[in-house]
Structure formats: C-alpha cells, structure tokens
Design a protein around this ligand. Structure first.
Ligand code: ADP
Length: 222
C-alpha cells in the first residue's frame, strides 16, 4: 500500500465523535493535537494522540498559543454547546485556517456554520443513518456516500445477472447514466477498470451517478 502523507490535525472536543476521529487519525500515523476543556477527557488521550492539551476552544489567546494556525485541519467536535462550537469555528476561520471541519447538531447550527465559512459540516448521526438505511433496504447496496442532494457514490454487489459481462457489454453510462469508478474483488481494488474488464459474481462495483439513475441501475441492471 502506498505510504500516506503525514498531516497535522487538531481535534477540539474529545467526546464520542471527536475521540474516535482522534484515535483513528493517530493510528494512521498522523500528528494529532487533542484538545478539550475537560482535563479528565484530555488524560484519556495521552496514549492515542501526539499532544494533548486542556484548553477552552472559545479562548482566542489559548488557540493562538497552541500554534493552531499551523495545522492542516482543525476538526471542531463540540456536541451540546452550539454557541461554543460556533465561536470556535469563527475564531479558527478568522485565523485563516484552510480546513475547518465542524460537527453540526441540527439544521440551524448547520446554517450558521455555513455562513461563517466552515469548510465541511458533518452530521454524523444523519449520515450514518442514511448509509445504514440504504444497506438495509437492499442486499445489493453495501455502502453509500451522499455527495449532494442529487448525486451519490454507491458500493453495489454484482449479481449473477451481470457476471461474465464486460463493462462495454454492460454499457451502464449509456443505459443508466452512471459510471463504474472501481471494482473490488476480495482484497483487491481496481480503480481504473478497462472497458473489457469482466465482472464476476459478488464483485463490488463502486458506482457514481444521480440518485435516480443509481436506483434504476440497482433495480433493473443488477
Ligand atoms: P459527542 O456527542 O461527540 O460525544 P459531546 O458533547 O459529548 O459530544 O462531547 C463534546 C466534548 O467537547 C466534551 O468532551 C467537552 O468537554 C468538549 N467541549 C465542549 N465545549 C468545549 C469548549 N468550549 N472547549 C473545549 N472543549 C469543549
């Protein structure tokens, strides 16, 4: 596997969401600064973060003294205290940090975060709920990523119906308006399948397209 570029991340708020982001990034070999205003929380992360610090995210001086400007990504994972989440995001964007990702609690929180320039707004429960519902609703849907209200990427299970056919024969772009980006077969993933690539039963097809077209492909094509 290609070695990933090491990046610097700061995670603010070490609850369930921020905590799992912190642990995962650290285990992937990235440099992670874990921040929380609660010292007990911070202590839990001494072994699973590069640096840990007790700090109040709405305190501009504290953020500045942490050198937070130098981080590639700052992820604001403050749950209940929406006001603190908004103020911290505002301060971070004023400091010109390029990638500020923020967990949103609700639609109103989302709107404000959008206005003040949050670079990505995450709704973990909503997003996970959608993915699970998609997988539950059809045995063919293995995973699902919503790109916008209209477009998605889906991981679909190839059935007997398409097994033994090549991508040219399937012609999904012309028939359904969707594109097969990659094919997963066991541990292997082919990210640039050639037109005469033959599909096997139970291959995983990574397909991008309009939601309606994806649905049509799932129902009629597979
Ligand atoms: P989750 O739903 O992801 O578990 P929580 O609301 O339980 O989210 O956790 C949020 C974390 O953010 C808590 O550990 C809390 O101490 C921390 N936190 C909340 N407000 C601030 C703040 N102003 N500055 C720093 N950390 C904060």
């Amino acid at each position: 596997m290609a070695k990933r570029e090491k990046k610097q991340f700061a995670v603010i708020g070490l609850g369930r969401f921020g905590g799992s982001i912190c642990r995962e990034l650290y285990s992937m070999g990235h440099e992670v600064l874990a921040i929380d205003k609660n010292a007990d929380k911070v202590n839990e992360f001494t072994a699973t973060a590069t640096h840990t610090v007790v700090a109040e995210a709405t305190d501009e001086k504290a953020l500045t003294s942490l050198g937070i400007r130098n981080f590639d990504y700052v992820i604001v994972c403050i749950g209940e205290d929406i006001q603190a989440s908004i103020l911290a995001t505002l301060l971070l964007k004023e400091m010109d940090i390029k990638n500020v990702w923020v967990k949103a609690q609700n639609h109103y929180h989302h709107k404000v975060l959008d206005k003040i320039g949050a670079d990505r707004i995450i709704h973990p429960e909503y997003e996970m709920g959608m993915r699970i519902a998609q997988s539950l609703s059809s045995e063919k849907v293995v995973d699902f990523i919503e790109l916008s209200d209209e477009y998605s990427i889906m991981e679909l299970l190839a059935t007997e119906k398409v097994a033994g056919k090549t991508l040219i024969e399937l012609d999904v772009r012309a028939k359904y308006g969707v594109t097969i980006l990659a094919i997963k077969r066991g541990e292997e993933i082919n990210v640039s399948p050639v037109p005469d690539e033959m599909i096997k039963n139970r291959d995983l097809l990574i397909v991008i397209g309009h939601k309606n077209d994806l649905k049509r492909f799932e129902d009629e094509g597979l």
